[in-house]
Design a protein around this ligand. Structure first.
Ligand SMILES: Cc1cc2nc3c(=O)[nH]c(=O)nc-3n(C[C@H](O)[C@H](O)[C@H](O)COP(=O)(O)O)c2cc1C
Length: 351
């Protein structure tokens, strides 16, 4: 008799079996140096952990944990609204699946194929009322662009992030995304440090302000710059005309010993809020974490590793169950901190 998969725990229990030796599917995915995913990058592929000592991955988690939520209770009852408008798409929550690519990092076809993974993410997100982003890696090409194909299957309801390859290739990916009606496109500029691309002769580059301007003017779609960790880079993204930034250190996978994203977010928000959409990722595991990031100045967040585990555990259904859990915990946190809508979230709810 097969038991029905209903909860996040059900999904994670299956993922734990399938990801043996790669990811412990711990209760807290914290990037602690003793976790089995950490330290896998010395001389070989990265797995699902952080690069080098794993400090950047761990710092994302630690930075968020420094903030505490303030309870505010004696008031009329409320049912918080987690609704979010993302470039005209009405989403049930300000929480989307991060651009993650390369199932070879977590077991390859033995665990899940790239096609199944991309499909699970975009379809599962859509079923939960939100949006899946898709990434890019050395196995992707214009002819074999798994992420864009999966987004096409759901009528363009997704975001395509391209690695900082040469300009012409990025522009061709953008055109393809435009043809299938993607919501937005972007470049993970921190991907210029990608180990996987470098070892598979797929050159990636740092991008100048002029090059970013060229990419933005090549498409009618909103362009997102992912991998912003400083006020200065955020300012340059605004100057280039980007539609959004993602404050991100790539889940701690490109440079050892960076700050956590919750450390840099308030500084970036102070200078850039209102001038550009600010999205953040890194170590966000529950709706409580989401609320902290919104209070620190982000308008929405991305979820990386937890979506991998959800897709591996139960495909489309696993991703939907996980996103619904995120929405419910966000709504609970908003109720107890007295935020009726995401626009009402402010730094005042934090200690
Ligand atoms: C296995 C793996 C593959 C990833 N691939 C990409 C990618 O192709 N493009 C990209 O922009 N970011 C990629 N990322 C980074 C995520 O988009 C995101 O920034 C990060 O996972 C967020 O941190 P979290 O995993 O702690 O939630 C990847 C992350 C992981 C763990």
């Amino acid at each position: 008799m097969t038991t029905e998969i209903k909860t996040v725990e059900d999904v994670r229990n299956i993922a734990r079996e399938k990801l043996k030796g790669i990811c412990g599917v711990y209760k807290d995915c914290d990037g602690d140096p003793r976790r089995l995913c950490q330290g896998q990058s010395y001389g070989r592929a990265l797995g699902i952990g952080g690069t080098g000592s794993g400090a950047s991955f761990n710092n994302n988690y630690l930075a968020l944990r420094k903030y505490k939520l303030k309870m505010e209770l004696i008031q009329k009852d409320i049912v918080p609204n987690t609704f979010y408008d993302f470039f005209g798409r009405k989403l049930t929550m300000p929480i989307m699946a991060a651009s993650v690519a390369g199932v070879n990092s977590f077991g390859g076809d033995r665990v899940i194929t790239e096609q199944q993974f991309c499909h699970a993410v975009v379809q599962g997100c859509r079923d939960a009322g939100t949006l899946g982003w898709r990434g890019d890696t050395y196995t992707y090409s214009l002819e074999n662009s798994y992420g864009i194909d999966a987004i096409a299957e759901v009528g363009g309801h997704g975001v395509k992030i391209v690695k900082p390859r040469n300009q012409d290739t990025i522009i061709s990916f953008f055109k393809k995304a435009e043809e299938i009606g993607c919501v937005a496109v972007g470049v993970d500029i921190d991907g210029c440090g990608s180990y996987a691309m470098a070892t598979h002769k797929k050159p990636v580059f740092k991008k100048s302000l002029e090059e970013i301007k060229e990419l933005i003017s090549s498409t009618n779609l909103p362009v997102i710059i992912k991998g912003i960790m400083t006020v200065e880079d955020a300012g340059k993204a605004i100057e280039a005309g980007a539609a959004a930034i993602v404050v991100s250190n790539h889940g701690g996978r490109v440079l050892d010993h960076t700050l956590g994203t919750a450390d840099v977010l308030p500084h970036i928000a102070e200078k850039s809020k209102g001038k550009i959409r600010i999205i953040v990722d890194g170590g966000i595991r529950t709706g409580y974490d989401v609320l902290k990031m919104l209070a620190l100045g982000a308008e929405s967040v991305l979820i990386g590793r937890d979506i991998i585990r959800a897709a591996v555990g139960a495909g489309v259904k696993g991703v939907r169950i996980h996103m619904e859990y995120m929405q419910k915990t966000l709504q609970k946190a908003m109720k107890i901190t007295s935020c009726r809508s995401i626009n009402e979230v402010s730094p005042k709810i934090l200690y």
